[in-house]
Design a protein around this ligand. Structure first.
Ligand code: NAD
Length: 489
């Protein structure tokens, strides 16, 4: 049970914490208690945040040198590490994730995001071409990268600080100002990052936070606001579609990291022990609430039973419990509303003919946790790609195992989706690993691993999984507007 009073979370505009209009409750998904009271921004607060960001762009921040921005990003990374415990507490309070996971993954990556983009911007040059046109005239073309401007940053609840900083760091690295709308489910870490911005010396208006919901609320006001210059969004595909419509009258650029229905392909020649451990992580990490999580597992028929029973054993070994308990491996889903959605897929799978290998319902964790959004890690067999549970993103700790006979069939099954975010291939045949990974119609294909990457590499999805790529210089392409200067020599 919480030992301290739930905090009151304000919006942050032009370097100052400000009240919103209507406060709303943020509920702790572990036990249903009140986690925080959050100030929802009204239109006037959104207007003020956009105006503050614009003012920062037109003021000293708009003229800050690359080295000035690099130093700021490094100070922010340092302060994130200094305030590790506060950030862990904020993230745990909102999400119910195991404390150990937040400590090792989310907060560490937040600091890494700022350092990585400080390095990229410090080392990136400009594009130039020496041109010779018929007649012997020569010209020098060089493109200077100006900031995009005021960027609306809209992020989901599954990795709140990690995904927020994945966007704020490159935005600031290339000299933009941001108006951030965190998920209504996870308002705490974005609010704490505002304190860190003050401590690190970010100029007023460079980082603004407006709390609230999507349609008919802050999300919609912000994305349709004429004062923004672009939107970077991570979340559901349907929301991306709504944001595209909101942005379209202003013709602003968007960068979208959307949903997935990710496949794993396990060949009989894989190191099965390592594959099963890797698969387990890819299905169940963060209670299956990572956009990159595997929900479809295609297994070569000769090892199908071994993989199914091995993965089921891993699922049974997961320990659901309170975040602070060091034995806890798995937290709740983010909310009762999301659990309702996941449960509807558990029911649907059975209607579609699934055999439930493990899980399939709501666990009984005792009276203390009865009000939480708990769900059992679940595996199905007996389904195929025609089933809705293999076509739609569930976003929970679930996966369907389907056998295959040939490499070609495995590739066809894995690519048989409207999404295209990520895939993993498990084999000890190096040639096959490269061949199958390259055949995947996704933004990221792993071989014998999952959720491992260099922050300089391109990240994004194809099809319903997104528009554009972020990461390293790919982020520069979204967060800057190049002006080409052509000088006749
Ligand atoms: P969501 O789309 O419901 O919400 C994301 C954010 O958008 C929230 O801040 C929400 O308030 C806001 N929003 C909702 N409707 C809006 C509207 N009409 N206009 C403006 N803003 C609006 O997503 P979620 O449930 O928070 O997150 C889960 C989803 O995110 C999953 O689909 C997951 O796959 C996806 N995701 C993708 C990636 C990736 O990198 N591709 C990473 C993490 C999560």
């Amino acid at each position: 049970m919480p030992t301290t009073q739930p905090p009151e979370l304000l919006c942050f505009v032009d370097g100052t914490f400000v009240s919103g209009t209507a406060p709303f409750d943020k509920i702790d998904p572990v036990d249903g208690s009140l986690a925080a009271t959050v100030h929802e921004a009204g239109r006037d607060t959104v207007d003020a945040a956009v105006a503050a960001a614009r003012k920062a762009m037109q003021g000293a921040w708009g003229q800050t040198s690359v080295s000035g921005r690099v130093q700021l990003l490094r100070r922010i990374a340092d302060r994130i590490e200094d305030r590790l415990d506060d950030l862990v507490a904020a993230e745990v309070r909102d999400t119910g994730k195991p404390e150990s996971l937040v400590r090792e993954l989310d907060v560490v990556r937040a600091a890494m995001n700022f350092r990585a983009f400080a390095d990229v911007v410090a080392s990136s040059g400009i594009e130039s071409f020496l041109t010779e046109v018929p007649g012997g005239r020569k010209a020098l073309n060089y493109a200077i990268n100006k900031p995009l401007g005021v960027v609306a940053v809209i992020v989901p609840w599954n990795l709140p600080l990690l995904l927020l900083t994945w966007k704020v760091a490159p935005a600031l690295a290339w000299g933009n100002a941001v108006v951030v709308k965190p998920s209504e489910e996870t308002p705490s870490s974005a609010t704490l990052l505002a304190e860190i911005m003050i401590e690190a010396g970010a100029p007023d208006g460079v980082y603004n936070v407006v709390h609230g919901f999507g349609p008919g609320s802050v999300g919609e006001y912000l994305t349709s606001h004429p004062g923004i210059d672009g939107v970077t969004f991570t979340g559901e595909t349907a929301t991306g579609s709504a944001i595209m419509r909101a942005v379209s009258p202003q013709v602003r650029p968007v960068s979208f990291e959307l949903g997935g229905k990710n496949a794993a392909v396990v060949f009989a020649d894989a190191d099965l022990e390592a594959a099963i451990a890797g698969l387990s992580r890819s299905v169940f990490l963060n209670t299956g609430q990572v956009c990159l999580c595997t929900e479809r597992v295609y297994v070569e028929r000769s090892v199908f039973d071994d993989v199914a029973s091995g993965l089921a054993q891993q699922a049974r070994a997961l320990k659901l419990g309170r975040p602070a308990d060091p034995d806890t491996t798995t937290g709740p889903l983010i909310s009762l509303a999301h659990r309702q959605k996941v449960r509807s897929y558990l029911d649907l799978a059975v209607q579609e003919g699934a055999e439930v290998v493990v899980g399939g319902g709501v666990p009984d964790l005792g009276p203390d946790l009865a009000g939480g959004a708990w769900i059992e890690p679940t595996l199905w067999t007996g389904l195929d790609n025609t089933c809705r549970v293999l076509r739609e993103e569930v976003f929970g700790p679930v996966a369907a195992l389907v056998p295959f006979d040939t490499e070609q069939e495995a590739i066809r099954l894995a690519n048989d989706t409207a999404y295209g975010l990520a895939a993993s291939v498990w084999t000890q045949n190096v040639e096959r690993g490269h061949r199958v990974a390259q055949a995947m119609r996704v933004g990221t294909a792993w071989v014998n691993t999952w959720y491992l990457r260099d922050l300089r590499s391109p990240f994004g999805g194809v099809g319903l999984s997104g528009i554009g790529r972020e990461g390293g210089v790919h982020s520069m392409h979204f967060y800057t507007e190049p002006t080409n200067v052509c000088v006749q020599l």
